[in-house]
Design a protein around this ligand. Sequence first.
Ligand code: ARG
Length: 867
Amino acid sequence: MDNMKNYRLHEERKMNDSLPSPSRKMNALDSGLKYNSRKEDMNGVEEGVEFLPTMNAKKVEKRGPKRWVVVTAGLIVFVLLSLIVGLLVWHLKYRRAPVQKVYNGHLVVTNFDFIDAYENSSSPEFYMLSKKVKQTIEEIYQTNPHIGPYHKETVITAFSEGSVIAYYWSEFVVPAYKAEALDNAMADKQSLIQTVTYRSRNPILKIDSVVAFPADPSIIESSRDNSCNFALHAKEGELTSFTTQGFPNSPYPNNAHCTWVLRADANSIISLTFKTFDVEQCSDKSDFVKVYNSLSPMEPHALVKLCGRYPPSYNLTFLSSQNVMLVTLVTNAEGRNPGFKAEFFQLPKTKICGGTLQGESGTFTTPYYPAHYPPNMDCVWDIEVPSTKNVKVRFNLFYVLELGIPMNSCTKDYVEISNTKYCGERPQFVVASNNNKIRVRFHSDQSYTDTGFSAEFLSYDSSDPCPGKFTCNTGRCINKEMRCDGWADCTDASDERSCNCTKDQFRCNNGWCKPRFWLCDAVDDCGDNSDELQCKCPDKSFKCSKGKCILETQKCDGQDDCGDGSDEGDCGKGKSVPCEDYTYKCRNSLCVSKTNPECDGEKDCTDNSDEENCNCGTRSYSKKSRIVGGLNSEVGEWPWQVSLHVEGHGHVCGASLISNKWLLSAAHCFQDEPRIRYSDSSLWTAFLGLHDQNDPDNEKVQKRRIKRIISNTMFNDYTYDYDIAVLELQDPVEFTNTVGPICLPDATHDFPAGKAIWVTGWGATSEGGAGAKILQKAEIRVINQTMCNTLLDNQMTPRMMCVGVLTGGIDACQGDSGGPLVSVESNNRMFLAGVVSWGDGCARRNKPGAYTRVSVLRDWIKQNTGI
Ligand code: ARG
């Protein structure tokens, strides 16, 4: 019986083998023809031989065969031709080169117990069992006509506990048109198991749960190479670490497929953390790392796919649901990065989530939060507050995201409260119950996990859910002052509905009240643009950046009709125009008419000088941490940020790195005082790559002495005009993930009013308060110069710019001076728009901060540093 099958298998193979070469294709055609020429047709063909070349009716008539012969012959020719065409189509469409298919799978051997020797693939025990398992698998395949004939090879790769789980891969070579049938047969676990039980009445192995999934086609090629396969077993109470080859001194290999089999003792689970992660930037075909909750790289058991660079603050901890894990690294032909360093340890497998929570309030999280929760979890929290109160649950952080799963369906991982499912990435939200009980469920399926949630439950009075506060329609409580302040603080903006506007506010068409200052600032503050409607220039006219209206025809006429050059700014790229104060001057002295052409990725100057020296203003970590408290920066987020320390005083001022040996700061930082000669460069030390003031010895920090300080001689210590200085470093710094220069804007660079801009520093976190330990960041907006002058008592000079948030609360402060104000321009490149200079207090309402305008001092910087 088996022979029969083998024979057929052979035949199929031959057919397949014959397909790719053109000469053999002919054979296949021939055979098709012969097969289809039945006996009676043969006669026709013989007769037809004479007729075949002659489609000429006259000739046919001359020879005088009977009419029916002609008709029959014609018919036969027609039939034959159709057959050939049909065969050709069939051949081209369905019989093309056979495809190779690989499946990864596992099965459970129920009548064996796991022994340690099974962990070692070169032990005799491993060999014996794998041979049996392999035989069984082959037997299963042979009984299935959609599988058996195409099976090439099966390899058992590993075993793990439970009774014994065997992991394997199987390779098939199948004609394209039968591939789907093979897929279906392999996906049908029911029939696979049935065949085992049915066929082997007295099986040596009792098999259960046979599953197999098609392997990722991109990794099939390289999956046989054993050069970088590793197996590690967790040691009790110890961390085990591993890295990519050569880490950190040399990059990982190209075209590699590396695997790390991680194991723990029975009844344990694994916690794996990537301490550093730096792999090729993500794209469709980029290098990647994948972690599986299995020892077989099966997609439905994948926990995460990682690529790109992660800042060290990013939480890359993953948990398994049983005692094994598989880490794979797949690399392509190009792009080699340092790779990763990871560590893992084992934890007892216990019930780790859910339960009854009682009291007035309390907190709970997904298991192992903020690590990625394990797969296959089901947690139920039954929350109960005193019977006179109601209960609500506030999710402060919520990350239950799986790519491709819509927020409204939550078909994979989710949180469920009274029949409503929540998933995805959500800002803080509250779910309230109208009695004293609430039940929260959490479910994770077998693949792709996330960091989960951190939540608290609170009891409240149904008559006054937010004592002393405003209650959003979402149930959240916000400070009373936030009501009707022009900013949506409730996620549904319910705090800005039905407001009475004060005299400092105007009413948007949508009913919101906004500070009057935001009228006509070219930014849609209302959300319906109604704050920008009354300030439009009349039809057929152009509005200059400073608000003036000019005739449309005056735009791009080569004359500065606006007075600020804004009508001559964007007049067709790449065009050389007469040079003016507001046109960008290329190195070859030609000028271009384009706003901010520097380093925007487009060649605007004929000599390309606008795209030279553009190794600046980028950060090296491609990922952003999602869990950050307040406005803490991430490591490497602002690589140009410098902390300037004074001997014995610690951090005093900020600065920005503009080349490998020059810093830019504020002149007022280096003003002598009776006790300290701040102008003395030997007093200062620059810390680059610093994140935490408490950790100045971190390996990422580069410490430099200052060689000289050049303050602008025009600096006025009364008005703070020309508040700029450059500092030369004793020794150049090395550009790394955490140290890199910021781009300097051209003198013509425009930072328009309304633009969002970032300010960073370790300055005071409140007026009169103490400095921050972790580098802080804040997003503020450029404010119209005229408006600013009225707000800041006419103290603004053209060397200053006003940036802030007029409602107050966000600002630079003491200790931020000299530090960077950066703007994200095209291509995500950052430019230094300003230097922290002065302010009227910190973060007060209607008192934006004043910054040194870097663009107007661009030439001074060049003269003094050559940069
Ligand atoms: N002059 C201050 C310093 O030395 C910076 C003040 C910035 N203030 C402000 N509100 N933006 O650190």
